[in-house]
Design a protein around this ligand. Structure first.
Ligand SMILES: NC(=O)c1ccc[n+]([C@@H]2O[C@H](COP(=O)([O-])OP(=O)(O)OC[C@H]3O[C@@H](n4cnc5c(N)ncnc54)[C@H](OP(=O)(O)O)[C@@H]3O)[C@@H](O)[C@H]2O)c1
Length: 409
C-alpha cells in the first residue's frame, strides 16, 4: 500500500505525543487518507537517549539525513526556539515537503518569512498547535469564520499564568506559592519567565494578528504586562467587587486599526472568560455575523497538542490552503486615547480630574485597601500609575456587570 511519509523534528512532549497518536490512530488515518502513514525519521538533539521508537525509523541529530529520505511528504516540527527550527523548516520546504509546526516563538518571529517561503515552494505551512494547544482556534478562523469580519478577540492563551491566578484566588496563596505549585504539577517550566511575563501569550497573539490582519507588530509597540508578583490583595480586591483578575491577550479592531495587548485585567461574572480557570485556555471571539462565541479547552499537553497537529496533517490532504487576512487593517498607536473603565488600587488617588465612578474600601488582613473605579484613557491611566509605585491600574473588560459590594464611600 502506498504511504504518506512523515518526519518528526523533536521528540519531547509534543513530538512523542504525535508519534504515539499516529500509531494509535493509524486505522482512522488510513480510512481518511486512503494510505498508511509512516514515520520514517525522527530528529533529536541527543540521538543516544533511549526512546520508544520502532527500530526501522531513522533517529538522528543530523537534519541532512532527514532531508535525504526519499519521497518525504510532511515534516512536523516540535523543537523549542527560533533556531534551528527556522532553518530546518525552510530546507524541508525547499525539498517540497509540507510543514506543520507547534513552535509559537518561531512563528511569532518568522511567520511572515515562512509563509512566503511556503508560497514560493508551493507547499503548505500549518500551525494549529501553536495557538491555544488543543483548541481549534486557527482552523475556526481559517475554515469556519471565513466571511466574518473579526472585530475583537479576548483570550486566555497561557495555561500556566491562568493556573497561577486561579490558584491564588481559590487557595489564598501568594504568587510564589502558586508558581511553585504550578512547577510541582508540571504546568510551569523551571524557567517560567516566558509564561508569567506574558511573552508566550504575546507570541500567540502575534500569530493571530498576522493570520487575521496580516500584521506582525513590532514588539515594543505592544502593551505587554505580565503577572509576576501580582499581589494576593489585588486578587481579593477584585473578588470583593465580584470580579476576577485574568491575564488577557486581546486584539480589538477600531476604525480599521488593530490594538493588541497582553495584561492582567478585571473581568466580571458576565464576561465569557470569568469561568475559565486552571490550566485551560479560551478565546472569546466577536465576528460581525456570528456575534460572540467562546472556544475553551486545553491549551497544552501531549495529546491536546498532538490533536491539533494531526488534524492539520489530515487537512493537508483534504482541504485547500486557506488564508484569512482582512486587508484594510493597520496597527493602532501604542497607547489608546479611547475612554475605558479601570479599577485603581492604591493609597491615595491624585486629584487630576479623572472621573471617579465609585470608591471602594476592602478589608485585607488587619488593614483596609482603597480603590476607585474610574473612567479614563489608557494613556491617562498608564501615566498616572507610572508616577506612583504604590498605585496599580486594571482595565475592566466590560460586559455590563454590576459591582457586588461597595463597602464604604
Ligand atoms: N508542551 C506543550 O504542551 C506544547 C503545546 C503547544 C506548543 N508547544 C511547542 O512545541 C514545541 C516543542 O515543545 P515540547 O514541550 O515538546 O518541548 P520538549 O519536551 O523540550 O522537546 C523538545 C524536543 O526538541 C529536540 N531538540 C531540541 N533542540 C534540538 C536541536 N537543536 N536539534 C534537534 N532536536 C532538538 C529535543 O531533543 P532531545 O530529546 O534529544 O533533547 C526534544 O526532543 C515548542 O516550540 C513549544 O513551544 C508545546
Amino acid at each position: 500500500m502506498d504511504s504518506v511519509k512523515v518526519a518528526l523534528l523533536g521528540f519531547g512532549t509534543v513530538g512523542e505525543g504525535v508519534y504515539d497518536t499516529i500509531h494509535s490512530h493509524q486505522k482512522r488515518l488510513q480510512a481518511l487518507l486512503g494510505k498508511k502513514v509512516e514515520i520514517v525519521g525522527v530528529l533529536v538533539r541527543d540521538q543516544n537517549k533511549k526512546r520508544k521508537i520502532h527500530s526501522e525509523t531513522l533517529v538522528t541529530s543530523n537534519m541532512d539525513r532527514i532531508l535525504e529520505i526519499p519521497d518525504l511528504d510532511v515534516v512536523i516540527e516540535a523543537i523549542v526556539g527560533i533556531e534551528p527550527g527556522y532553518t530546518y523548516l525552510k530546507k524541508a520546504m525547499e525539498t517540497g515537503c509540507h510543514v506543520i509546526t507547534a513552535n509559537k516563538e518561531l512563528l511569532a518571529h518568522k511567520g511572515k518569512e515562512l509563509r512566503e517561503y511556503a508560497e514560493q515552494y508551493s507547499v503548505r505551512l500549518e500551525f494549529e498547535a501553536a495557538v491555544a494547544g488543543g483548541i481549534p482556534a486557527i482552523g475556526t478562523f481559517k475554515q469556519l469564520l471565513k466571511v466574518n469580519r473579526i472585530s475583537k478577540i479576548e483570550a486566555i492563551l497561557n495555561g500556566t499564568s491562568n493556573y497561577i491566578l486561579s490558584d491564588i484566588a481559590s487557595n489564598q496563596k501568594n504568587f510564589d506559592q502558586a508558581l511553585a505549585s504550578a512547577q510541582e504539577k508540571g504546568y510551569a517550566e523551571a524557567n517560567p519567565d516566558n509564561d508569567i511575563d506574558g511573552w508566550d501569550a504575546l507570541f500567540k497573539l502575534t500569530i493571530l494578528s498576522d493570520l487575521l490582519y496580516g500584521i506582525q507588530p513590532e514588539w515594543e509597540k505592544m502593551v505587554h504586562i505580565g503577572i509576576r508578583n501580582l499581589a494576593l490583595e489585588h486578587i481579593e480586591f477584585a473578588q470583593a467587587l465580584g470580579m476576577k483578575i485574568k491575564h488577557v491577550a486581546s486584539i480589538e479592531l477600531i476604525e480599521g486599526e488593530a490594538r493588541l495587548s497582553v495584561e492582567p485585567v478585571m473581568v466580571g461574572q458576565d464576561h465569557p472568560l470569568y469561568g475559565v480557570d486552571g490550566v485551560n485556555n479560551a478565546l472569546a471571539i466577536t465576528g460581525d455575523l456570528v456575534g460572540q462565541i467562546l472556544l475553551q479547552g486545553p491549551g497544552a499537553g501531549a495529546l491536546p497538542t498532538a490533536s491539533a497537529i494531526i488534524e492539520d496533517f489530515v487537512n493537508l490532504f483534504q482541504t485547500e490552503a486557506q488564508t484569512k487576512v482582512q486587508q484594510d487593517v493597520t496597527l493602532a498607536p501604542s497607547l489608546s486615547d479611547e475612554m475605558q473603565e479601570w479599577v485603581l488600587i492604591g493609597s491615595d488617588l491624585p486629584s487630576n480630574g479623572i472621573p471617579i465612578l465609585n470608591k471602594y474600601s476592602v478589608p485585607a488582613g488587619n488593614t483596609m485597601i482603597q480603590g476607585w473605579r474610574v473612567a479614563g484613557s489608557e494613556r491617562e491611566i498608564r501615566s498616572l500609575v507610572s508616577g506612583d509605585p504604590k498605585m496599580k491600574g486594571y482595565r475592566i473588560a466590560l460586559t455590563g456587570q454590576k459591582d457586588k459590594i461597595l463597602v464604604s464611600h
